[in-house]
Design a protein around this ligand. Structure first.
Ligand code: ATP
Length: 604
């Protein structure tokens, strides 16, 4: 619309210029009466008349005073009054003044053009433009259903398996898909059917999207990526149309990969949940199912999808011929974490002496995305220090920041609160360091961070996959160690143990309800599915055990917690000297290492 604006501005400028030029710069303006007087006195030689404008030359210069200055005027300009002056021509003739008349303006045709035709043209163009815009809006309204798949061309997906750390199993499985996409005839010759649908399952941030991209990159094929929720629109039927469009486009670009992220957002159980289901979602899912059925193996299109809730997917999606190849992408193990850290640190200036293995050991449960974030936080910490290398302490600080939140400053604690805190953390640390079956203590701190007032951190020497009853009891004793120390030393308990108690109770409940670790209940699991499924089903689910069993479960949870608490009391009583020493050290330094805790234990 800019050009219309500029067109108008141009015309206005031209018009103003004309007016300005018309007001005459070629003579000094004089009053009409003064002009007439000069004519009368015979001092005017000649005049040129253009419309109501009169320019002329005086025989002798006339003195004119304006704003205090006197100027001598020879050429002048004046205007005939609007009421006219019929006697002027007679007067001029009488005084033998040479009179020249000119048409009002020389470029009148241009004026006419600019002031009449061009504005008309501009208005016409504006109307046309508005009409087109409206038509465009209407067209885009009907185009809502066109698939919003972003298409990655062959050259765009440069990701390969080299960019994915760990996940050896997934890479091996996906290698077969790459082979098929590269040379389908090898498989067709033997009558083998390659899966059409591959479902990547795993917690968030474990690299499912990355793996799908890597398959496209390795096989050098087109890659279409869409998120399940992108299919959804407020109009019923749009999702189904998008699915159709997406498959059509992918078939055109074959060999290709369609990647549907968050498949669970369209692919959950039909007819489940509150309200009996969602029309639009179900239609979209039905369309997806029929597209999966509809294309032939010869189409060379592989559909990959990712979800972190495979349990809620509609069984129809998982049957053979659809997403029948399921690959679990789990959280990385300690060795895999080293690999991922190395991958992401490729472009970062790490301290040459930095060993990434302890960093990987100290980050159990971190996904690939978390590890990438950890390195980034460490780089930020190093930059803040103006260092040109990322060092171990940056990674340590980054880990604390991610796990526990930012340090809270300006928290005014009283002397007694600090003592309670030091003994609380000291209690956790001493129990953890002195009981067998526990992970080594890494760091103890009473610096408040996030919601926590302090913390005792352990570093597992390796990833745990199985926990024995003894391991879990020691863990419970460690969790209750803080509260026990408060009771032992100050004969009171504080609200600081809230989080510990919650975690300990949850763990004890898991032991009784899911892992059959209560002798009183024996080999019994209350529910086959520990995690909650989703809203409607959770409400509808009936308790799977009797009231009497529920009572027994509660008793057993209490008994386990009491047992763990006794274990903590016994440990702290027998290491009271070490507990005092650790608390003293904490009050002095605020943060101490696991080695310092061990040293106090051996010294005491
Ligand atoms: P979501 O389920 O939330 O969609 P996702 O499993 O698809 O997550 P990605 O989006 O692939 O996870 O991973 C996020 C980022 O984490 C990646 O871009 C990558 O930088 C990093 N990442 C995750 N896993 C790995 C890995 N195994 N190796 C290297 N980088 C990884």
């Amino acid at each position: 619309m800019n050009w219309v604006f500029w067109g108008f501005l141009g015309i206005m400028a031209f018009w103003l210029f004309q007016e300005f030029a018309g007001s005459g710069a070629e003579g000094t303006g004089v009053a009409y009466s003064a002009f007439r007087q000069q004519v009368d006195s015979g001092n005017v030689v000649s005049v040129t008349v253009r419309g109501d404008r009169i320019e002329g030359v005086f025989a002798k210069p006339v003195a004119q005073v304006s704003s205090g200055d006197t100027t001598q005027v020879t050429t002048f300009v004046t205007f005939v009054p609007s009421f006219g002056d019929r006697s002027l021509l007679d007067l001029l003739e009488h005084r033998h003044v040479t009179v020249t008349t000119l048409p009002p303006t020389d470029n009148s045709w241009l004026n006419l053009l600019l002031l009449t035709v061009v504005p008309l043209l501009l208005v016409g163009a504006f109307v046309l433009y508005s009409m087109r815009r409206q038509a465009g809006a209407a067209r885009s309204f009907f185009a809502i259903g066109r698939s919003g798949a972003r298409r990655y061309h062959r050259e765009a997906s440069a990701t390969t398996f080299e960019d994915v750390g760990g996940s050896a199993g997934a890479k091996r499985e996906l290698g077969e898909i790459v082979d098929f996409l590269k040379d389908p005839s090898r498989f067709h010759r033997l009558g083998a059917e390659v899966p059409k649908g591959v479902l990547l399952m795993g917690p968030p941030g474990t690299g499912k999207t990355l793996l799908a991209r890597a398959v496209a990159g390795e096989a050098n094929v087109s890659f279409f990526i869409i998120t399940g929720s992108d299919f959804m629109e407020m109009f019923v039927g749009i999702g189904a149309k998008r699915v159709r469009d997406l498959f059509q486009e992918a078939k055109k670009a074959a060999p290709s990969i369609i990647f549907i992220d968050e498949l669970d957002s369209i692919g959950r159980h039909r007819g489940a949940g509150l309200g009996g289901g969602h029309d639009e979602r179900e239609q979209t899912l039905n369309q997806l199912l029929s597209e999966l059925d509809g294309f032939e193996p010869t189409h060379n299109v592989i559909v990959m999808a990712a979800t972190n809730r495979p349990d809620i997917l509609d069984p129809a999606l998982l049957r053979p011929g659809r997403f029948d190849r399921r690959i679990t992408v789990d959280l990385p193990s300690s060795e895999e974490r080293v690999e991922i850290l190395r991958l992401h640190a490729r472009t970062m200036p790490l301290d040459p002496d930095l060993d990434l293995a302890p960093v990987a050991r100290g980050t159990p449960g971190f996904s690939g995305a978390d590890l990438k974030n950890l390195l980034n936080e460490a780089a930020l910490a190093a930059a803040r220090r103006n260092d040109d290398h990322i060092r171990a302490r940056d990674l340590d600080a980054a880990r604390d920041r991610i796990l526990m939140g930012l340090e809270r400053e300006g928290l005014a604690l009283t002397e007694r609160e600090l003592q309670l805190l030091a003994y609380h953390e000291g209690g956790h640390a001493v129990v953890a360091a002195s009981l067998p079956n526990t992970d080594p203590v890494h760091k103890v701190t009473i610096i408040p961070r996030g919601r926590a007032m302090g913390g005792t951190h352990q570093l597992p020497e390796r990833d745990h996959y199985l926990w024995s009853r003894e391991d879990l009891m020691a863990r419970l004793a460690m969790m209750l160690g803080g509260r026990t120390a408060e009771e032992l030393v100050f004969h009171t308990v504080t609200s600081g143990a809230e989080d510990d108690l919650q975690k300990a109770t949850n763990l004890a409940r898991q032991m009784v309800l899911h892992w059959g670790m209560s002798p009183a209940l024996g080999p019994f699991a209350a529910s086959g599915r520990p995690a909650q499924v989703f809203l409607g089903e959770e409400i509808a689910r009936r308790p799977e055990h009797s009231e009497a069993t529920a009572q027994k479960v509660d008793q057993e949870i209490r008994r386990i917690l009491d047992e763990a608490s006794d274990m903590a009391v016994r440990t702290l009583e027998s290491h009271r000297g070490a507990l005092d020493a650790v608390a003293r050290l904490l009050l002095e330094k605020e943060e101490i290492t696991g080695a310092e805790v061990v040293a106090t234990l051996t010294a005491a």
